[in-house]
Design a protein around this ligand. Structure first.
Ligand code: NAD
Ligand code: UD1
Length: 340
């Protein structure tokens, strides 16, 4: 079976993808510098699957170290998850974001070229659609104007991959544009482990539920949406991980340069998330309505047709599943992987 290198594979999406790849019979090698994760997630991936992962503590920007990984293993394909992803932090520390996110990408492409590895899947984001494209977003729309350095790194990296694939006819690339991944593995052993105060909605909700935060502020209820709060395309992280397995199967069998949305196509509002979480889990989420958050769009959701057409993939899990599994993870791990 093929060997897949997960750059940044100890993180939230990478660890869930590792489980699904191992379950599908792939060999998994992970390289991560634990900038936003811990080796404990990989240990738990091994527990869940009963299979071994080869783990390297490595900064992907370190070309010499990365080269050694490619010499030690016959890598068939790479998934590039390694990146910094906090929007607010990227506004405060843009140079750090450009350095880390762009450099990891260049380093991977250079070392892959040396090692003659020709298949890479990249974690892009719906954020590259910008502010002016109409929803639902389809892959043929132009990349838009991003509102923060994090978003720009994704748009720039997409451009880099497109140019690299144009120049090297043998290179295959799939740019996966994720919508809003939430939830956790059904075991509750792996999940999202944000450092400090969560920026994203679901980890904030679960921390209110577990008593770590007093109250959720809903950012704005005067948007032109059915209930006035923003709508997003929330996708269960296990569905997302299975999308990566399909993308790996596809890229191993086809020469390609594809951009593919990974979303459900179904928008839900912030209020619907809070209500569903309360109903499914029988807990109360204290919340207040506050001002809009700068940079938020009223609505963001995918046209998910292309993923079905090309990869034969669509989501299977519901919003109820997302809320139940997010809570199951948080309850079992009130401090994430800390003290594990
Ligand atoms: P995460 O922070 O949990 O995982 C990213 C991993 O990359 C972490 O384990 C981190 O330690 C590692 N990393 C960062 N820089 C590195 C470097 N220089 N060398 C080695 N490892 C490095 O984030 P995630 O939610 O799992 O996201 C994975 C990818 O998907 C990221 O590129 C992110 O931008 C992208 N993405 C995430 C979302 C989301 O909502 N979670 C949405 C769209 C796109
Ligand atoms: C955010 C980023 C996006 C990034 C994505 C994944 C912004 C503007 N966008 O998307 O670039 O790709 O995360 O990391 O930061 N909300 C609240 N209260 C909260 C937190 C969130 O009401 O405490 C609302 C937001 O206004 C939004 C929704 O919940 O309407 C989802 O927010 P979030 O989880 O941060 O994701 P996005 O803003 O969609």
């Amino acid at each position: 079976m093929a060997t897949v290198l997960l750059a940044g594979g100890a993180g939230y999406i990478g660890s869930h993808t590792a489980v699904e790849l191992l379950n599908a019979g792939y060999e998994v090698v992970i390289a991560d510098n634990f900038a936003n994760s811990s080796p404990e997630s990989v240990r738990r991936v091994e527990q869940i699957t009963g299979k071994k992962v080869t783990l390297y503590e490595l900064d992907i920007k370190d070309r010499a170290g990365l080269s050694e990984v490619f010499h030690a293993h016959q890598i068939d394909a790479v998934i590039h998850f390694a990146g910094l992803k906090a929007v607010g932090e990227s506004v405060e520390k843009p140079i750090m974001y450009y350095r880390n996110n762009i450099d990891t990408t260049l380093s991977l492409l250079e070392v892959m070229q040396e090692a003659d590895v020709k298949k890479i899947i990249f974690s892009s984001s719906a954020t590259v659609y910008g502010e002016t494209n109409p929803v639902p977003y389809t892959e043929t729309m132009p990349r838009g104007v991003c509102t923060n350095p994090y978003g720009w790194t994704k748009a720039m990296m997409e451009q880099i991959f497109e140019d690299a694939a144009r120049a090297d006819q043998a290179l295959s690339v799939i740019l996966l544009r994720y919508f809003n991944p939430i939830g956790a593995h059904a075991s509750g052993r792996i999940g999202e482990d944000p450092q400090g105060i969560p920026n994203n909605l679901m980890p904030y909700v679960t921390q209110v539920a577990v008593g770590k935060r007093a109250c959720l502020t809903i950012y704005g209820n005067d948007y032109p949406t059915p209930d006035g709060t923003c709508t997003r395309d929330y996708i269960h992280v296990v569905d997302l991980a299975k999308g990566h397995v399909k993308a790996i199967q596809y890229i191993l069998q086809n020469h390609c340069m594809e951009i593919i949305n990974l979303g459900t196509g179904q928008p839900y509002s912030v209020t619907e998330i809070v209500d569903t979480f309360e109903k499914v889990n029988g807990v109360k989420i204290n919340h207040v309505y506050g001002a809009r958050r700068a940079g938020d769009l009223p609505a963001c959701y995918a046209n998910a047709d292309k993923a079905l057409e090309i990869l034969g993939w669509k989501t299977e899990l519901s919003l109820e599943d997302m809320c139940r599994d997010a809570w199951n993870w948080q309850k079992q791990n009130p401090n994430g992987y800390q003290n594990a």
